[in-house]
Design a protein around this ligand. Structure first.
Ligand code: SF4
Ligand code: FES
Length: 373
């Protein structure tokens, strides 16, 4: 039997294709959540990519091998051309997931998105009652509108994921949030204890969970996972300041996903702009595949050649890739350092002290996110 020789790869050391792309369509948002991971300095509306450019980027992403497209923001429904963007993404062959607060989604708009081929909706939850949700979201009446939209989303037949970002101020509502997800018939729930990037970083003292809360959240999630097996899947992001080992951030830098900002910068993760020496390419200037494969920012922390001790000789380095580069930058002042969450980091003790000190601050005000014009 004749077995054809494989085509030689045009780039012999090309990284594997990314699975997912996060398209941050706009930083505009009607809510002002203090836990937002968007950068504190945000691109204004007049710098946002237009419909045709996004459509080209979606085609380039599909050609590169991306399978899932997460349409996010800010609030993606703030884009008037959202339906056209979903159509373009589906035409490119991408699975489309809308990450939304649901403010700005009407029953009619959801029907249009359904017709355009939207595959999935991920709805954010700021609290389980109006008092909490409207205070955290900084938007009076937002909870009521969200609950109405949740009914429309389910009635339209979209698979729903409920995304609860939890922190010191709303963690007591976690059991109720899980029950809400079940009663909304969500297929999946993401329980994410706030991660400190962007605006959330400004709010560490107001949002940091106590150690007891972090432990209780893990217990509640473990119990709910067991009880709801076969009904609803629960993804869980624990309180990393209270952990002993870091998360495998982004699945590993430049390995599985990429982000495109509203003005077209291509980032290895949503907080990468906090690493000051990195330079980012823009989809307006360079093809997406070229940026993914050859871009300096993507290659800065790929693999493990860049690692320092203790990561360099650690047997967990292929598991967590040394944790989060942005957290290493923020706490250690060096993006190539071991994530200070790690028990082997010389800064681990400092991290635990910070967690304790921030979580004990009962006077810290919430600093609300400010939306760009
Ligand atoms: Fe992960 Fe580095 Fe800690 Fe090892 S030393 S567990 S590789 S962060
Ligand atoms: Fe940037 Fe973790 S958020 S690597």
């Amino acid at each position: 039997m004749n077995i054809p020789a494989p085509h030689p790869s045009p780039t012999p050391h090309a990284p594997p294709a990314p699975i997912a792309m996060l398209a941050e369509l706009t930083y505009r948002c009607p809510l002002s959540c203090p836990y937002c991971s968007n950068p504190v300095e945000m691109a204004a509306r007049d710098r946002e990519l237009d419909t045709d450019t996004w459509a080209r980027v979606f085609r380039e992403a599909a050609d590169l091998g991306v399978l899932q497209l997460h349409l996010s923001g800010g609030e993606p429904a703030s884009r008037r051309d959202l339906t056209a963007l979903v159509e373009a993404a589906r035409a490119a062959g991408l699975y489309t997931n809308l990450i939304t607060s649901a403010i700005g989604l009407t029953e009619r708009r959801l029907a249009e998105l359904d017709d355009a081929g939207l595959d999935h909706v991920q709805l954010s939850l700021q609290g389980t009652d109006a008092a909490m949700a409207d205070r955290i979201g900084g938007y009076d009446g937002g909870f009521k509108r969200k609950m109405q939209a949740a009914e429309w989303i389910v009635a339209a037949g979209f698979p729903l994921t409920l995304n609860a970002v939890v922190h010191r101020q709303n963690l007591h509502q976690l059991p109720e949030a899980i029950e809400m997800a079940v009663s909304m018939k969500a297929r999946r729930m993401e329980v994410a204890i706030v991660q400190f990037h962007g605006w959330a970083m400004q709010n560490r003292a107001a949002l940091m969970p106590t150690r007891a809360q972090a432990d209780e959240a893990s217990r509640i999630v473990a119990e709910a996972r067991k009880r709801l097996k076969g009904t609803m899947v629960i993804d869980y992001v624990p309180a990393d300041y209270h952990q002993d080992y870091p998360k495998r951030c982004m699945g590993g830098w430049g390995t599985t996903g990429l982000n495109v900002t509203p003005d077209g910068l291509v980032l290895p993760c949503h907080a990468a702009q906090t690493i000051p020496h990195l330079e980012f390419d823009n989809v307006r200037d360079r093809p997406l595949a070229d940026i993914w494969t050859h871009g300096a920012a993507f290659n800065a922390y790929r693999g493990d050649d860049w690692m320092q001790e203790p990561c360099r000789s650690c047997d967990r380095r292929k598991l967590d890739f040394g944790g989060c580069r942005c957290q290493a930058m923020a706490i250690a002042g060096d993006a190539a350092a071991t994530d200070p969450v790690c028990v082997k980091s010389p800064l681990h003790g400092r991290m635990q002290e910070m967690a304790q000190d921030f979580s004990a601050d009962d006077t810290a005000p919430l600093t609300y996110r400010v939306s760009p014009r």
